[in-house]
Design a protein. Structure first.
Length: 424
């Protein structure tokens, strides 16, 4: 149980960190202020500030986010709010404390009457509640603000907010999260190939011949190439397996080219083995060969990532051809349950699981649903076609509806997972 929990948290955290780092890196390259890089949701349990970004770890390790200036509503300090100000020798504000649970001894107490942290950069109000003493302070561009939950972030003038960046840079920032998941998957599959010592080859060459199997009794050896079975030319492992599979207990003529270049033809009868559904299939007791070349291990990262991408697209496409089913989706509960099984397979299984999940996270985030990266990219495309963005009200409403639908789907998926894994 403990091992599964730790593995689940580590795997999920790696996925989130790589995804959010994509958004973070390209936002910084675009000149967008990244106020917070958070791992997890809920109350903050740890924070560390570097440069203009506050890095936080939050109590629920089931996600994360990058908080870009202007991407969401900015912190609002309403007139009448009591705050504390730290000012420098030039009477310029360097820090605004809006956290009620923490009082700064050297802060100037103020009741706000007006404040602008985006354009004119000032704060105005009454000192120590004295309504006869109205004071106005300029605010530095890199001033900090301690928010209501205690998180310290930098203020965000308009020119460093998300909408100030060019459309291509904003689109790249939105796409960078899923892109990083695909990169992570490719790297993980490469690592997997090196851990396994090579890549399972699809060539029609025997890797291992199982002792006392039909293949061994017929004289087949490791490294033999199967070039023909009866009158069928063989060019791949899949072709060979399919012919053997549909011919249980039937004698076949195998035309073989040995590793030393000699050729021979031997009769071989596949053994009949019963599958779980009662169907008999033929097997001869051989395994694929391994391609141990460096290039095979590197290319495996890309080919396997593409394979899983196409598999997921096929599943998503079936929603339109076969109809929608909640069973097509799995949430954190399903991921945890599968992680419990994967942990038993060891490190190789965990690395493979990480790679597969990373592909899934990347594809799902590219779906054109408001609230997901794909939905944001869709709004970017609409802006490019129209020549101007949607109004803040319309975009906010679209995002709100999308988030509501996502939350509803998450609840339904989680409930379905609980029933599947704990009550069936």
């Amino acid at each position: 149980m403990i091992t599964t929990i730790i593995t689940f948290i580590i795997v999920f955290s790696i996925l989130v960190i790589f995804h959010e780092f994509g958004h973070y890196y390209f936002a910084k390259k675009a000149g967008i202020l990244v106020r917070e890089f958070a791992i997890g949701f809920g109350p903050k349990i740890f924070s560390y500030r570097k440069g203009e970004t506050t890095f936080t770890i939050r109590i629920l390790p089931v996600g994360g986010y990058v908080r870009m200036a202007g991407y969401e509503e900015e912190t609002e300090i309403k007139p009448g709010t009591p705050i504390g100000l730290i000012v420098n020798d030039n009477n310029e504000v360097t820090l605004i404390n809006n956290y009620k649970k923490k009082q700064l001894l050297d802060a100037v107490p103020m009741e706000v009457s007006a404040i602008d942290l985006e354009k004119d950069l000032y704060v105005e109000g009454y000192l120590a509640g004295d309504e006869t003493n109205l004071v106005r302070y300029p605010v530095l561009r890199d001033a900090m603000i301690i928010e209501e939950d205690g998180t310290e972030v930098q203020i965000a003038p308009l020119d460093v907010q998300f909408q100030a960046a060019s459309l291509p840079k904003r689109m790249m920032t939105n796409f960078a999260g899923p892109m990083n998941n695909f990169i992570l998957a490719a790297v993980a599959f490469m690592v997997l190939a090196f851990m396994q010592g090579g890549v399972v080859s699809q060539e029609n060459i025997l890797g291992t011949v199982v002792p006392d199997s039909p293949a061994a009794e017929a004289g087949l050896k490791d490294g033999d190439r199967i070039v023909q079975i009866d009158d069928e030319k063989i060019t791949s492992w899949t072709e060979m397996v399919e012919i053997i599979r549909v011919n249980p207990d039937k004698e076949l003529l195998f035309h073989i080219e040995s590793a030393d270049g000699t050729e021979k033809t031997v009769p071989l009868t596949p053994a009949a083995n019963e599958t779980a559904d009662g169907t008999e299939v033929g097997q001869i007791g051989v395994e694929n060969s391994l391609d141990t070349s460096f290039w095979a291990k590197i290319s495996f990262g890309f080919t396997e990532t593409w394979f899983w991408m196409t598999q997921l697209f096929t599943v998503l496409g079936s929603m339109f051809t076969k109809g929608f089913s909640i069973d097509m989706f799995g949430g954190p509960v399903a991921i945890y349950a599968t992680t419990e099984t994967v942990v038993r397979t060891g490190l190789i299984g965990i690395v493979n699981w990480l790679a597969v999940l990373s592909v899934n996270l990347g594809i799902v985030n590219l779906l054109p649903i408001p609230g997901l990266d794909g939905g944001k990219l869709l709004l970017n495309i609409v802006e490019g076609v129209r020549g101007k963005p949607l109004s803040e009200e319309k975009e906010g409403m679209i995002t709100l509806v999308g988030v509501a639908l996502l939350l509803l789907l998450m609840v339904l998926v989680t409930w379905n997972d609980i029933q599947t894994y704990f009550f069936n």
